[in-house]
Design a binder for this molecule. Structure first.
Ligand code: FPP
Length: 277
């Protein structure tokens, strides 16, 4: 049934070539202050479906359209990294039927979208306890990551079977196993042991559906991020909502515990060896 519904889900129409600077200007966005890394908690699929008298899985299915739209908007805006919270460690506690449907949806979406992602120069990456995913999902995920490995337009990072506390526990265990000495423990060292090693921290975190929590998502990495909470349910989240979040971000003054980001660079200070306030 899921397969049939996925086939029937309308696709966004092919994008016309656009002039990025004109596009940004029309939307009042400063091209020099586009967040490099945006992280999104995609919330509200279940409520979206319930509001229509549908099963929760229908909300997830329509959530894929919103994922496609977010990827396109990130590409158009020049966001370099987009991390999506697609399945949390806690989501394993949902009814088996819903978990199975989400895993099926992941596999189908990867199969269906991988060529388009490669064409758009999107590199697919994943963070989380990937070994806990069903074998089929792991296989498709690795195939899609291999297929898009050389792409440099946008890194699309799927957080799957991910939670921040799980990730921090894993990092501490690895550091102990590697015999890291006490005075070698720095923020840079911890950064390097997290599943996001090599990725810059997100400057902007968006959560949809009106909830105002971070739900065990990138607790370490979001230390200096700006938060944007949208009341839109994830399946309805489109370009204008993403643009609105970036406008909101650009209107914030980022101080990183100091007095003022005088250069408006949006770049956090180096806290590798010092304590940030
Ligand atoms: C939260 O909404 C959403 C999820 C747990 C799953 C997110 C999955 C998708 C958007 C679709 C698949 C994604 C990919 C990358 C293939 P919820 O179910 O908690 O909503 P509720 O709070 O209204 O119940």
């Amino acid at each position: 049934m899921l397969e049939l519904m996925a086939e029937n889900t309308p696709r966004t129409k092919a994008e016309e070539p656009i002039n990025p600077s004109a596009w940004l200007k029309e939307r009042g966005l400063d091209p020099d202050r586009i967040p490099r890394h945006v992280a999104i908690i995609m919330d509200g699929n279940g409520r979206w479906a319930n509001n229509r008298g549908e099963q929760r899985v229908v909300g997830h299915l329509h959530g894929v359209d919103a994922v496609r739209s977010a990827v396109q908007t990130a590409l158009t805006c020049g966001v370099r990294y987009l991390t999506l919270y697609a399945f949390s460690t806690e989501n394993w506690n949902r009814p088996k039927e819903e978990v199975d449907a989400l895993m099926d949806l992941l596999v189908q979406t990867l199969v269906k979208e991988v060529d388009d992602l490669a064409e758009k120069k999107v590199r697919l990456r994943a963070i989380g306890d990937l070994s806990s995913l069903p074998e089929k999902a792991q296989a498709q995920l690795h195939a899609a990551m291999d297929r898009t490995a050389g792409m440099e337009g946008l890194d699309l990072v799927l957080a799957l079977s991910y939670s921040s506390k799980w990730e921090i526990v894993e990092a501490v265990r690895s550091m102990i196993r590697d015999g890291i000495a006490v005075d070698e423990v720095t923020t840079a060292c911890i950064d390097g042991y997290l599943s996001t090693a090599g990725l810059p921290d997100p400057e902007l975190m968006i959560r949809t559906s009106g909830e105002r929590r971070i739900s065990n998502f990138l607790l370490w990495q979001l230390a200096y991020a700006e938060f944007h909470f949208s009341s839109v349910l994830w399946p309805d989240f489109r370009e204008e909502h993403f643009v609105h979040a970036i406008q909101d971000y650009q209107n914030r003054e980022r101080r990183f515990g100091g007095l003022m980001d005088t250069n408006h660079t949006g770049v956090k200070p180096d806290t590798t060896t010092t304590k940030a306030s």
